[in-house]
Structure formats: C-alpha cells, structure tokens
Write a protein that binds this ligand. Sequence first.
Ligand code: SF4
Ligand code: SF4
Ligand code: SF4
Length: 216
Amino acid sequence: MLADRINQLLPQTQCTKCGYQGCKPYAQAIANDGVAINRCPPGGDAGIEKLAQLLELPLLKLDTTCGEHVPLQVAVIEEQFCIGCTLCIQACPVDAILGANKFMHTVIASDCTGCDLCIAPCPVDCIKMVPVESARLWTTADATQARLRYEGRQARIAEMTATNIRNEAIVNSGTEHCVEADSPRPDTNISASEKTDKQAAIAQALARARARRSAP
Ligand code: SF4
Ligand code: SF4
Ligand code: SF4
C-alpha cells in the first residue's frame, strides 16, 4: 500500500507535529487525501526529498508552522523533583519511560525519540530536552525500532480498552465472578473515595515538589 511505503520514509518519532496522531496517520493523509509532504519537522528537508521522489512531486520547503527541524534530542528527568504521577508514561508514544505510581521515573535514552510529548504533562516541570551525546543522528534503524515500540504500545492499549469494555459489560450484567483473575481492574471498580485519595496524594506531592523547587 502507498501509505505503508510513505510511512517507511517517515522518522517515526510519533511527535504529532505534523498535525496527525503519529507518523502512520500522516502517511495515510498524504496517500489518501493529498496532504502536503512538508509537514514533518523531524524529517526535515531530507525527509521531504525522499517523499518527493517516491511520489514524484516537486520539492517543498519545510512548513515551519509545524515546527523547526532541530538536531536530535532526548528527554531527561530531574529525578529529585519527580513526584511519580505517571503522566509522562501515559504521554510517551514509544514506552521510553520507566517508573511506577509514586516512584521516581527515568527515561531510557536509547528508546527516546525526542518527541517531547512528555514535557507538557509533567506537573512539576522536571523533564527537559537535551541534545544527544556526540550529536548522534536518527537512523533508519532508530526509526524502525521506534515504529515497532509505537505499534506494540498501540496494540497493548487496544487490548486493555477491549478488556475494560468487556469487564464493564460483565459488571453491568451482574456477573462479576466471570472476570478473569489476571484482567486489569476496570475503572468502574475504583471507588469514589479511592479516586479522592489519589487526587489528594497528587496534590500533596505537588505542593511538596513546588516547595522543594522554590527552596533557596
Ligand atoms: S515524526 Fe512527527 S511530524 Fe513527522 S510524521 Fe511522525 S508524527 Fe508527524
Ligand atoms: S521520553 Fe519523552 S521525549 Fe522521549 S519518546 Fe517518550 S515522550 Fe518522547
Ligand atoms: S510527569 Fe513529571 S512528576 Fe510525573 S512521573 Fe513523570 S517526571 Fe515524574
């Protein structure tokens, strides 16, 4: 399929700067809707050239309303300020962050695509983007690995969503005993007081983190 061949040429950082939810949706929009080939800042001019060749289209300048092409960066977490809220894990499209609720989080540099999607959700601003060591370039092998990690995550999310819908249907039909023991617990089983406790814990952790940051 043409969209697949286009997708193979995209950098797979899954940064969404093109205005689509990832590289594949952008590839599909180019193939099916004739969307312009110059909307991918990570790919830059070199990426546009490859797309122009494949599609036999004229070369275009990068559309900088989508962002500038910058050298590869990776995310780094200032771990002493991390409150373990997990929001960055939820935002990372390629599972490049390790951590657990209320525990310090860390970025696996070799898996980070530099998409910067984890920056905005962090409530204590303890994630920063830094240039990669030795100005390493983003290779085709990096792109392939990022695509596989992204696809793996998408499949896992789809599976969990399907399981939650199934479990919710079971709970609603009053046959909770049929839920498999190892299935993720559906949100419907989280009590209001548990949710309130969690929100309160996050609020307290935020207050502590802000106080630590503003300390002289
Ligand atoms: S790398 Fe980012 S901007 Fe480029 S196609 Fe993928 S999601 Fe879009
Ligand atoms: S760690 Fe942050 S910058 Fe790196 S891939 Fe994940 S979301 Fe993107
Ligand atoms: S979003 Fe920030 S505070 Fe929350 S777990 Fe990630 S790094 Fe830590």
